[in-house]
Design a protein around this ligand. Structure first.
Ligand code: HEM
Length: 541
C-alpha cells in the first residue's frame, strides 16, 4: 500500500513538473540518472557499488575507481591472474583487499596462520558458496568440489572409504607400474622413430588412463591413441574457461555475445557427458559374474549408497562424481609431474642426486613396494614436494564468509566477504619459506643429518644417502589444502608420481629440446604449461 502511494505521489509530481517546466520525459530520465550517478560516485568514490566503506582496511585495500572498484585491475590481469595476486602481496603484505561490482569485497590472505584459521579453526564459517557454484555448475554439477555442509559430508564419507592402505599397496605395486610401463613403451616407440615428445601431453594421458581404470573401471586408452584425446581436450578447454569466469564478473553476458563461445562450451560439455554416462551405463549393465571379477572402486561406493529415504544416486549424480574425480585425479598429478620433469632437466645437480639415489636404493630393480615409495626415496620425495610448493596445480582458491569474523591478525571479515588465497603465491612468500623461497631447493625438505631409515625397507637394495624427508605443516605447505577438506588423494598422487618418476628415470635419459621457451603457466583453474614440454628421450644403457 505504502509503496503504491509513494509511486502515485512520484508520478503526480513528475506530471506536474513536466507541465510546469515544459521538459520532455527523456530529459527527466537523463536528469534522474545523472543524479543517481553523482550520488553513487559520492557514496562509492574508490570502491565497487554496494560494498561497505572499510576505513579499518586502510593500507591493505587496493584503491579502486568509483562504482566499479577494482574491476579494471581484474581485467588487466585476465591473462595472468596469479601475477595480480603476487603483485598485491608484494605491495600490501600478507593481507590485501579489493572490490568488484556484483562480487563484493575480496580479502586475500597469504600466511599459514591465516590459512589455518580459514580452512581449519573456523572451517564452518568459510564455504565454497554460491558464486563459485554458479561459475562451475555446468561442469561440476553437485560434486564434491562444489558442495558444502551436508552434501559435502556425504561425498567425503562416501569417497574416503575407498582410499585405504591396502588399496595403495596394490596400486603402488601393480596398477601404477602398469600405467608407467605403457608410457615407457610410447617413449621407446618415439625414440625409435627419432621423434621428440610432449611430456605434458603424455602425463595427462597417463593419469587419465590410470585414474579412469582404477577409480571407475573405465578404459580411456588415451596413451595408445596418437594425438590429443577428445575428453582431455574438452576438459582443458572448460578448465581454462572457469578461470575466465573467476576473473570476469560479467561472464554470463560476455559468453553470450562472444561469437561461438556458448556453442564451444556446449560441445565440450557434451563430450564430458558422453564419457561419464558411458562409464555409468557400463557399470549399471554389468553382470554379477563381471562384478565379482574386479576390485571394488569409487563408482561402487556411490552406486551402492542408499539414502535414508531409500533412494540411490541418479545417473546425473554419478555423472557429477565422475567429472569431479577425473579433475582431481588427472590434471593435478599430471601437471605436477610435468613441472617436476622440467625442474629436473633445468637443475642438473638435482637430477644427478635423484639418479644417484635411485641407483643406491633400487639398484636397477623395478620393484615399487609401498614402503619403498613412501619412505625409501627421501630425495625424490623432496623433489616432488618442492615442485608442488613452487608449481602447485591448484594455484588459487576462494571461500565465502557465512558470518562476521576476525582473522588472527585482527582483520575483520564481514558476512559475504570473499576470502581468497593462493598456494602458488604462498610458495613464493619469503617470510614463510625464507630468502630462497622462489628457488627450486629440494634440500629444504630433508633432515640431512638423519638417516632416511635405520634398515633397508622392503623393495629396496640400500639406504638413501640424502637424509630423512621432513613434511611441513598442512597450513604452510598448502598444496593439498588443509583442515577437514584436505585432499583425499594426497597419498594416491604421491605414490603415482613416485612410481612413474622411478620407472621413467630408470629406463630413459631425458633432455629438453633446445630453443623452447622457459615454461610459463597458462590461465586455467589448474596450472598447465602454456606451451608443450618438448623432450628428447634415449634409453639408458
Ligand atoms: C598432486 C596432486 C594433487 C594435488 C596437488 C591436489 C590438491 C588438492 C587441493 C588443493 C584440494 C582442495 C580443493 C578445493 O577445496 O577447492 C583438493 C581436494 C581434493 N582432492 Fe586433491 N590433489 C591432488 C591429487 C588428487 C588425487 C589423485 C585425487 C583422487 C584420488 C584427489 C582427490 C581430491 C578430492 C576428492 C578433493 C576434495 C576434498 C574435499 O573437498 O573434501 N586429489 N586436492
Amino acid at each position: 500500500m505504502a509503496v503504491r502511494a509513494l509511486g502515485n505521489g512520484i508520478k503526480k509530481f513528475l506530471e506536474q513538473e513536466l507541465y510546469r517546466t515544459n521538459r520532455s520525459p527523456l530529459e527527466y530520465v537523463a536528469l534522474i540518472s545523472l543524479g543517481l550517478l553523482v550520488t553513487a560516485i559520492a557514496k562509492y568514490p574508490d570502491r565497487a557499488i554496494f560494498t561497505r566503506a572499510r576505513p579499518d582496511l586502510k593500507g591493505k585495500e587496493a584503491k579502486g575507481l568509483p562504482i566499479v572498484g577494482n574491476l579494471f585491475d581484474f581485467a588487466k590481469y585476465s591473462d595472468n591472474p596469479l601475477l595480480m595476486l603476487y603483485n598485491g602481496f608484494q605491495k600490501y603484505g600478507d593481507v590485501f583487499a579489493l572490490t568488484i561490482p556484483g562480487r563484493g569485497r575480496f580479502i586475500f590472505i597469504n600466511n599459514p596462520e591465516l590459512i589455518e584459521h580459514v580452512l581449519k579453526t573456523n572451517f564452518n564459517n568459510y564455504i565454497k558458496g554460491e558464486i563459485f557454484s554458479v561459475q562451475v555448475r555446468d561442469i561440476l554439477g553437485t560434486g564434491i568440489f562444489v558442495s558444502d555442509q551436508e552434501e559435502w559430508r556425504f561425498h567425503r564419507k562416501t569417497a574416503v572409504n575407498i582410499f585405504t592402505t591396502k588399496i595403495y599397496r596394490q596400486f603402488s605395486e601393480d596398477a601404477f607400474p602398469a600405467g608407467a610401463d605403457i608410457l615407457c613403451s610410447v617413449l621407446a616407440e618415439k625414440e625409435k622413430l627419432g621423434q621428440t615428445v610432449d611430456m605434458q601431453e603424455l602425463f595427462m594421458k597417463l593419469t587419465m588412463d590410470v585414474f579412469g581404470k582404477l577409480i571407475f573401471g573405465f578404459e580411456f586408452n588415451s596413451l595408445r591413441t596418437e594425438g590429443p584425446h577428445e575428453f582431455g581436450d574438452a576438459f582443458d578447454y572448460l578448465l581454462g574457461n572457469v578461470d575466465s569466469r573467476i576473473q570476469n564478473p560479467f561472464w554470463q553476458w560476455t559468453d553470450m555475445i562472444t561469437p561461438g563461445k556458448c556453442t564451444k562450451i556446449k560441445n565440450a560439455l557434451a563430450i564430458l557427458d558422453k564419457y561419464a554416462y558411458m562409464a555409468v551405463k557400463k557399470r549399471r549393465n554389468e553382470t554379477e559374474e563381471e562384478k565379482e571379477k574386479r576390485p571394488k572402486d569409487l563408482l561402487d561406493q556411490y552406486i551402492n549408497h542408499v539414502r535414508d529415504d531409500g533412494t540411490t544416486p541418479t545417473d546425473l549424480e554419478l555423472r557429477d562424481v565422475f567429472i569431479n574425480f577425473m579433475i582431481a585425479g588427472r590434471d593435478t598429478t599430471a601437471l605436477t609431474l610435468s613441472w617436476q620433469f622440467y625442474s629436473l632437466m633445468a637443475n642438473p645437480r638435482t637430477l644427478k642426486n635423484v639418479l644417484k639415489e635411485l641407483d643406491i636404493v633400487l639398484g636397477g630393480v623395478e620393484d615399487y613396494k609401498f614402503e619403498a615409495m613412501s619412505h625409501g626415496l627421501p630425495y625424490l620425495k623432496a623433489v616432488f614436494h618442492e615442485t608442488l610448493r613452487l608449481y602447485t596445480p591448484v594455484p588459487r582458491n576462494v571461500k565465502e564468509s557465512l558470518a562476521d569474523d576476525v582473522l588472527p591478525d585482527g582483520t575483520i571479515v564481514y558476512k559475504d566477504d570473499i576470502i581468497g588465497f593462493s598456494t602458488w603465491c604462498m610458495g613464493k612468500n619469503k617470510s614463510v619459506w625464507g630468502e630462497d623461497a622462489e628457488l627450486f631447493v629440494p634440500e629444504r625438505w630433508l633432515n640431512e643429518d638423519e638417516p632416511s631409515t635405520l634398515a633397508p625397507v622392503p623393495g629396496t637394495q640400500g639406504i638413501s644417502p640424502f637424509g630423512k624427508f621432513r613434511m611441513e605443516s598442512q597450513h604452510k605447505f598448502n598444496s593439498f589444502n588443509s583442515g577437514p577438506r584436505l585432499c583425499i588423494g594426497q597419498t594416491f598422487a604421491t605414490l603415482e608420481a613416485m612410481v612413474t618418476s622411478c620407472m621413467l628415470l630408470q629406463r630413459f635419459e631425458f633432455k629438453l629440446v633446445p630453443g623452447q621457451p622457459t615454461p610459463v603457466p597458462k590461465p586455467s583453474a589448474a596450472l598447465p604449461m602454456r606451451d608443450p614440454l618438448m623432450m628428447q628421450v634415449k634409453r639408458r644403457s
